[in-house]
Write a protein that binds this ligand. Structure first.
Ligand code: AMP
Length: 308
């Protein structure tokens, strides 16, 4: 297994409203969050994405400075970058999409760089399932394929989505999306139905209530860190899966036990993301702060019970 991680997803301008304030157009997109989270690990990560000529050069420089390869990012002149606007409600666990402007995405023909066609791990970020499938078909026999999605694609691209789901090993989605796809309230039952669609691993994210990892009969439950301040949950799911994939790419072993650790790594990265608007917090993690946070997760869940 090599340490190459191929990511396809959006690079975007986001505009966010939460009970704590609003932003203008800031850096966003699932590939951006995934890349920044994965770059915390020793992995060789490339993004396959698309931007318009309005995308700031300083954003590209930022990603490059984190060691992320951008040779698969296409720039389409005369077109605008993907734009998403969302508003979080008071509980911060639910949000409304106010605007989605696909812009360059409608012209995007993803091209996997030749030197990444043999990547051991492929992460199909939240994107049009036709594009996810296109990228997968360009790869040479990856060891692990991970996929994320969101309600926007579940609503209107269901057939193609199901086809891609049938080809992946790990499917990551939030509780609402799992219920929407499987029309099942119980998340345990929902995970079983998702397994039956193809993926042997299913991760159901529950926002501030943590995440569940399913592998057949085996279940692992990761907490979310109780934080004093949450400003903006945008990108939490992407940071989670970016950290998950980055860790597995670094460790080079694909087992349930390693996936448990990867789930905690992902949860730790998501906990940073929500503490500031946009990517700011993720951009500024130091190894010391990251280690402290992992330690906090350990002590949060460690307990001993003597059974009599
Ligand atoms: P998350 O909060 O983890 O679901 O991810 C939010 C990010 O996803 C934002 O930065 C958006 O730019 C991006 N995004 C929003 N809608 C879509 C969509 N329909 N397809 C792909 N990416 C999207």
């Amino acid at each position: 297994m090599n340490n190459k991680l191929l990511v396809v997803g959006t690079m975007a301008y986001d505009s966010i409203e939460s009970p704590f304030g609003k932003t203008g157009k800031i850096l966003g997109g699932c590939a951006t969050y995934i890349g920044l989270a994965a770059s915390q690990f020793k992995t060789s990560c490339t993004l396959v994405s698309v931007v318009g000529d309005d995308f700031k050069k300083s954003y590209m420089d930022l990603l490059k400075s984190k060691g992320i390869d951008l040779s698969g990012v296409e720039l389409i002149s005369g077109e605008k970058t993907f734009f998403w606007k969302g508003k979080y409600h008071n509980d911060l666990n639910s949000r409304t999409t106010l605007d989605t402007q696909l812009n360059v995405l409608t012209k995007f023909k993803p091209k996997v760089p030749d030197n990444f066609k043999n990547a051991s791990i492929v992460l199909l970020g939240n994107l049009d399932p036709n594009l996810q499938g296109d990228v997968l078909s360009q790869m040479n026999n990856p060891k692990l394929v991970i996929m994320d999605t969101m309600n926007f694609w579940i609503d209107s691209y269901r057939d193609k989505l199901d086809e891609v789901i049938s080809k992946v090993d790990v499917f990551s989605l939030n509780d609402e999306e799992a219920r929407q796809i499987t029309r099942t309230h119980s998340l345990v039952e929902s995970a079983q139905k998702l397994h039956a669609m193809g993926p042997s691993y299913v991760i159901i994210k529950k926002g501030e209530h943590g995440a569940l990892l399913f592998n057949g009969e085996k279940i692992f439950c990761a907490p979310a860190l109780p934080l004093e301040e949450v400003f903006d949950p945008t990108g939490a799911g992407d940071s989670f899966i970016g950290g998950f994939a980055g860790y597995l790419s670094q460790c080079g072993r694909i087992t349930f036990e390693e996936m448990k650790t990867a789930t905690i790594m992902g949860s730790a990265l998501a906990s940073f993301t929500v503490q500031k608007f946009g990517t700011e917090s993720l951009e500024n993690i130091t190894p010391e702060r990251f280690n402290q946070r992992i330690q906090a997760f350990k002590s949060l869940t460690k307990f001993e019970i003597e059974l009599t």
